[in-house]
Design a protein around this ligand. Structure first.
Ligand SMILES: [Zn+2]
Length: 139
């Protein structure tokens, strides 16, 4: 807004709040709905945290190369990308996608990348449930 690119600070998802990074990720009802669903696919069931705490939680719980750690990194990156793209779609193209479509796109992208990582490895029951959540049938 200070650069004159957009003329309103109102959230692009029409929730009535003003937009800032912390609101967009994931205080807004739209993005919190998407992120909660994605966390569920990762078998993570907890309250959402403020943006900086969410980043720190991901850093703390995504170190390493296990399937679930790789999945968390992928899911976090792909989700923030798609929410940002949806925000821009609404701001600059005046078109929008429902949250279920965004979730579907996130799921497709994460599954495609994760299936490459997971290929030709054997996993235990916990990892297998992640593969089922994301629709990956190679692990
Ligand atoms: Zn909002």
């Amino acid at each position: 807004m200070s650069l004159g690119i957009v003329d309103s600070a109102t959230c692009a998802f029409n929730c009535g709040d003003n937009e800032n990074v912390a609101h967009l990720f994931f205080a807004c009802p739209y993005s919190s709905y998407v992120w909660k669903k994605v966390l569920g696919f990762c078998n993570i069931f907890r309250s959402l945290l403020p943006w900086l705490d969410e980043i720190q939680w991901m850093v703390d719980h995504s170190r390493g190369k296990t399937l679930s750690q790789n999945l968390r990194k992928l899911a976090f990156g792909v989700t923030t990308y798609h929410i940002w793209m949806e925000r821009n779609r609404r701001c600059f193209r005046n078109t929008y996608l429902p949250p279920e479509e965004i979730i579907s796109r996130i799921q497709g992208e994460v599954a495609a990348k994760l299936s490459i990582i997971a290929r030709d490895r054997s996993y235990g029951e916990r990892e297998h449930s992640l593969c089922i959540n994301w629709g990956i049938n190679t692990c």
